[in-house]
Design a protein around this ligand. Structure first.
Ligand code: ATP
Ligand code: MG
Length: 337
């Protein structure tokens, strides 16, 4: 094998708003840490779109399929122009069936609880997000939630495998099977059955409203949570809020052969282009991707540098109460490498 065989290519979609700035931070930190990857940048702009047309060019999708790895900044979905959400399009086109979001207390960030360490695993392909809504008669709409055994089993298995590989103790299936007896009932049943194959992992069940209540009163109860699509969307943001918000938490989408790291926050148009954005969420997402590539040493070093800078508190961005610019915070991380 030639040396270039070891060099992974990663597709980078900087995105809109603060996307280019936080992507720049990732590129700088990765270069300083000598991460053995090369970038293939795809500028997807939602600015000059034709109504109804695909927003994500097939060249970008093909590149992610071909290389297997991608990083995506926030994308703006033009409202009212007949476009499907870009994030949804990407997940469906690439078969990214599971979303992983670790929410862990960050030393130096003051929050209500000290020892939160929750990972949400969200089924990413179906549920309420199939987009099947219609108006039956004026004033009455129906919206379908689709739950399949295959996707539920795949999600459940992913959660237990994740727990085992990451040495987590417990998986909790979060559901509303008391009301949604067929749909959430089947999801829960799939989790129960899968749990039997993982005797080393403790399995629990939680009604979603009770889970939310406990998350904001006793978050230590939870370790890995596995959820259907909409429930996962909501609970993962809640969990992120517990540890300092969307600017700090990582997110990884996984498919059979594809990994897409993403920023979960939006485009932050109010601060875009001003060098004020906090790049931590995208950086930590990119670090998760490095672990998927088995580049654990690089991942550890970068992660340590980020957490050290945050803990020291001297170079924090505005959202964390500091005065540093995005570029200054980035420089501080590089200095720690
Ligand atoms: P979008 O429509 O793309 O979701 P938005 O208007 O909802 O954009 P968000 O990106 O969701 O805006 O941000 C909400 C608030 O949080 C804004 O005030 C924004 O400045 C702030 N914010 C979001 N992400 C970051 C970040 N990475 N660093 C600093 N502030 C951020
Ligand atoms: Mg938003």
């Amino acid at each position: 094998a030639s040396p270039t065989d070891a060099l992974h290519t990663v597709v980078l979609i900087p995105g809109d708003g603060i996307g280019p700035e936080i992507s720049e931070a990732v590129k700088k930190v990765f270069a300083a840490a000598r991460v053995p990857i090369q970038w293939e940048e795809h500028l997807i702009s939602t600015k000059n779109v034709v109504p109804g047309q695909d927003l994500i060019p097939s060249t970008a999708l093909d590149a992610i399929r071909r290389h297997g790895y991608g990083i995506k900044g926030p994308l703006e979905t033009p409202i009212g122009k007949g476009h499907k959400s870009l994030n949804l399009t990407l997940r469906q086109a690439l078969g990214l069936y599971a979303n992983v979001r670790p929410c862990r207390t960050v030393p130096g960030i003051r929050t209500k609880f000290d020892h939160v360490d929750v990972v949400t695993i969200r089924e990413n392909t179906e549920g309420e997000y199939v987009g099947l809504e219609h108006e039956v008669v004026p004033g009455v709409v129906e919206s379908l939630k689709v739950i399949t055994r295959s996707a539920s089993e795949r999600g459940a298995r992913f959660a237990f495998e994740f727990a085992r590989q990451n040495k987590r103790r417990r998986v909790t299936a979060v559901h509303k099977a008391s009301v949604l007896k067929l749909s959430d009932g089947m999801f829960l049943e799939c989790c129960r059955r899968t749990a039997k194959e993982y005797p080393d992992i403790e399995f629990r069940e939680a009604l979603i409203e009770l889970c939310c209540g406990y998350l904001i009163s006793q978050p230590q109860r939870y370790d890995v949570l596995v959820l259907t699509n909409l429930a996962g969307d909501i609970v993962s943001d809640l969990a992120a809020g517990l540890v300092g918000g969307l600017g700090l938490t990582a997110s990884l989408n996984k498919g059979e052969h594809t990994v897409l790291a993403e920023a979960v926050h939006g485009t932050a148009p109010d601060i875009a282009g001003k060098d004020l954005a906090n790049p931590t969420a995208l950086l930590l997402s990119a670090v998760m991707m490095l672990r998927e590539m088995n580049l654990h040493d690089h991942a550890d070093r970068i992660e340590r540098a980020i957490y050290t800078v945050i803990k020291e508190g001297k170079n924090l961005t505005g959202d964390l109460g500091g005065k540093a610019r995005c570029s200054e915070y980035t420089r501080a991380i590089i200095d720690k490498l």
